[in-house]
Design a protein around this ligand. Sequence first.
Ligand SMILES: NC(=O)c1ccc[n+]([C@@H]2O[C@H](COP(=O)([O-])OP(=O)(O)OC[C@H]3O[C@@H](n4cnc5c(N)ncnc54)[C@H](O)[C@@H]3O)[C@@H](O)[C@H]2O)c1
Length: 463
Amino acid sequence: MNVAAVDQASRLAKFEKKQARVGVIGLGYVGLPLALLYSRKGFSTTGFDTDPTKIEKIEAGQTYIRHIPSELIGAERAQNRFQATTEFRLLQEMDALIVCVPTPLDEHREPDLSFVRNTAETVSQHLKPGQLVVLESTTYPGTTDELLLPILERSGLHSPVMSYTTDGAAVTSPDPSGVDFLLAFSPEREDPGNKSFQTHQIPKVVGGVNGPSAQAAFTLYSQVFERAILVSSSRAAEMTKLLENIYRCVNIALVNELKVLCMRMGIDIWEVIEAAKTKPFGFTPFYPGPGLGGHCIPIDPFYLTWKAREYEFPTRFIELAGEINSAMPEHVVSTLAEALNQRRQCLKDQRILVLGIAYKKDIDDLRESPSLRIIELLSQRGAEVDYHDPYFPQLHKMRHYNYQHMSSVELSAENLGQYAAVIIATDHSSYDYSFIIRHARLVIDTRNATRNVKQDNEKIVRC
Ligand SMILES: NC(=O)c1ccc[n+]([C@@H]2O[C@H](COP(=O)([O-])OP(=O)(O)OC[C@H]3O[C@@H](n4cnc5c(N)ncnc54)[C@H](O)[C@@H]3O)[C@@H](O)[C@H]2O)c1
């Protein structure tokens, strides 16, 4: 039985009437808000995760992601539209499955697709004719049709790769012959903590492995997102996400490099960016910092670098940007050492306080945070390091770092004065920068967080 037999038209109608059951696999920073969105828009939604603690929390109406309130989960649970489970056999009851599992790098900084592969194997055991599967995890072009598709086809069902054309919202001549299930890619563009855009307001790019798949995925996403954009293949959709993140990575590297040069030349890079951004066209501001953090920008570009090797193509911009950005924590520590030197002090045995462990302001995510590397570098140079972060009362064991013994110190006047220097690594909005500068002996500001503080400027080094 193929999709033609189960009737694409009735499937699309089911999506449009919100009668389809939607399963979201992987309930992390991306999957949980997405599942809640489908539920809020009226779809019967089931979240699947291998982590039972997350399922227990959801079932109890509790959140585990700071910017997603428990009330939101509770409200959807109360409507009986949202449930969460570790029972993967329930996958077969879904009309659409959206995959939001991690795509990290392995220890050789190569793509680790084990989560995607494991999920695909599980889905293939439960796949039913006519089901739509959409991958949202960020990955290199080709993952959906080269890796996911063959695993799903072990089910005995098929979805042959076929080209199709798009005309605005329409997929022209979708050929349903031989298509048993539907497979598409739609990149996740979630920006945790960004209050300007809610999930449904961020346009959704969609590409299928064939016309019917593209059409089905486009129709489903159009029900919950303000705008869906069709592209001509799953590969184009995969590449779109990488272009967006590589664009950020390269531009941040450019401005980080110029920051280091500006410091030598005695020019304030922040002032320069403010002036440059008054140009009404042709310039988008990016800001320097202590290095890249988060699950996306430091990692995703290297998915493309890896894939490009197959085509004997060196991705020089990506490599160079990676080199510059990953040198930033060293730059911060060197700037601190130099500032102490000016005060006839050396870094060894000094007490240093790092403010902010999250990789960016106002969020509870420390993945790839440059603060972790800064702490490591400071410790290697013999400093005694403490940290403060309102979002992380305690640190835990991580893949590359073991800071289990560390907990956030109190940010009192007395405490601040005990450190030889305070490094502002993350510019959380809750920090009182005037207070910090008043009581600290030396402040290394990596985020221009102290720009509005008028007093004690001789204590501040911006880098
Ligand atoms: N976090 C972001 O801001 C962001 C933004 C855009 C894109 N992305 C991409 O989205 C994807 C997911 O990222 P995230 O930040 O949500 O990750 P996350 O680590 O927060 O969540 C992933 C979830 O998947 C679960 N999981 C792992 N293996 C599973 C399996 N086999 N079956 C079911 N569940 C499984 C984990 O338990 C976890 O709850 C990644 O590819 C990431 O690059 C993330």
